[in-house]
Ligand binder design. Structure first.
Ligand SMILES: [Zn+2]
Length: 187
């Protein structure tokens, strides 16, 4: 099998989540019908999406999603609790037994960077974990972050600080800092 006009992952994701321009859709569909390679990639993308749902329900996955992907998950009937604190601010958060997923939506202007890391810190700002080189698709964007639900259900009154860090020639720069004051579910 060979393909001269490989559909890239972004395009396939757009197609799958239904966000593709209408006039581009027939071209994609036609290509997929005739191309085993690209339809295999679409299949693995969907499997990944299914996989993400399964993992999200089990709650093992900390992952960066697109806004469209999030919308798709909601359309599939998942109950998603979301928090969108502004950069530099904090939010009171929780997770209830009714929630399938827990998300942080972090708006930021990433236009100055080609690489962005997500840094997870404790209440005193000490780095506890990092997702390096996260995918982001637009300069002025929202980083949609899934927090593993099963882990979040075990949180007490905990504070987590998430930083979006731009990495460039001049080193690291904090683009946004978001503080999550977690309380256990009241239920
Ligand atoms: Zn192809």
């Amino acid at each position: 099998m060979s393909c001269l006009r490989t559909l890239n992952w972004d395009l396939l994701a757009e197609y799958w989540s239904g966000e593709l321009d209408e006039h581009r859709e027939p071209f994609i569909e036609e290509h997929l019908m005739g191309c085993g390679l690209c339809s295999a990639s679409l299949e693995s993308l969907v499997e990944t999406a299914e996989g993400i749902r399964t993992l999200a329900r089990r709650g093992d996955l900390r992952v960066v999603l697109t806004r469209e992907f999030l919308a798709r998950l909601e359309k599939e009937g998942l109950s998603i609790r979301q928090y969108s604190p502004k950069a530099g601010s904090s939010v009171e958060c929780t997770i209830t037994p009714q929630d399938d997923m827990l998300m942080a939506r972090l708006a930021a202007d990433l236009s100055a960077y080609t690489r962005v890391d997500t840094v997870f810190c404790d209440a005193s700002g000490v780095e506890r974990g990092r997702a390096a080189d996260i995918p982001f698709r637009a300069a002025k964007t929202e980083v949609v972050l899934n927090e593993p639900a099963s882990a979040a259900r075990k949180f007490g009154h905990d504070v987590m600080i998430i930083k979006l860090v731009g990495v460039g020639a001049q080193g690291e720069q904090v683009v946004g800092e978001y503080r999550f004051n977690h309380s256990p579910s009241p239920a």
